[in-house]
Design a protein around this ligand. Structure first.
Ligand SMILES: [Fe+2]
Length: 170
């Protein structure tokens, strides 16, 4: 892809255009992962029933905004790299593990689904971090910060799961 002004160093340099295209593709995938997570967290912050579900619902409600922020960051970075943020028709869903459970009091399946979603994001973002080092330090830095959020979130939900397991509920 041709840029109007090409730099001589870094990811915007002409010689790195192939690498830049690949990074844009990775960023698009990450963008969709975040968008789907927003959808899943909205449903799972509303659907669950019961006293035990309350904490999980509130936690997911907070995370919706965080994941939306991640999606926006990925979109902005796609544009900065001379890419085009995809339209909604290009979206295809993958989070089978975060569909509403059969019983809305089944909080454990929601917790497990969140852990799986975060685990998938962590794996993929680690890949982006490796791929962008050292050619694209800006994307690298951005994704490291997002990765930290996902790790923190996964840890929180692993703590929830641990409590359920300790009580013989999971
Ligand atoms: Fe995220």
């Amino acid at each position: 892809m041709a840029s109007t002004e090409s730099t001589t160093r870094g990811i915007l340099a002409e010689e790195n255009s192939e690498k830049r295209e690949e990074i844009i593709e990775m960023l698009k995938k990450a963008y969709w992962m975040e968008i789907e997570t927003v959808m899943s967290y909205i449903t799972n912050s509303v659907n669950p029933d019961g006293v035990r579900a309350q904490e999980i619902k509130e936690s997911l409600e907070t995370d919706i905004q965080e994941e939306l922020g991640h999606a926006t960051q990925f979109a902005v970075r796609i544009k900065e790299l001379w890419g085009v943020v995809p339209g909604s028709l290009e979206f295809s869903a993958e989070q089978s593990y975060l569909q509403p459970p059969e019983h809305q009091t089944d909080v454990v399946s929601v917790i497990r689904g969140v852990i799986e979603a975060e685990g998938g994001a962590i794996d993929f973002y680690n890949k982006i971090v490796e791929y962008t080092d050292p050619v694209d330090p800006v994307t690298n830095d951005m994704v490291i910060a997002i990765l930290r959020d996902e790790e923190g979130h996964k840890r929180l939900f692993e703590g929830f799961l641990r409590e359920y397991e300790a009580e013989g509920l999971a």
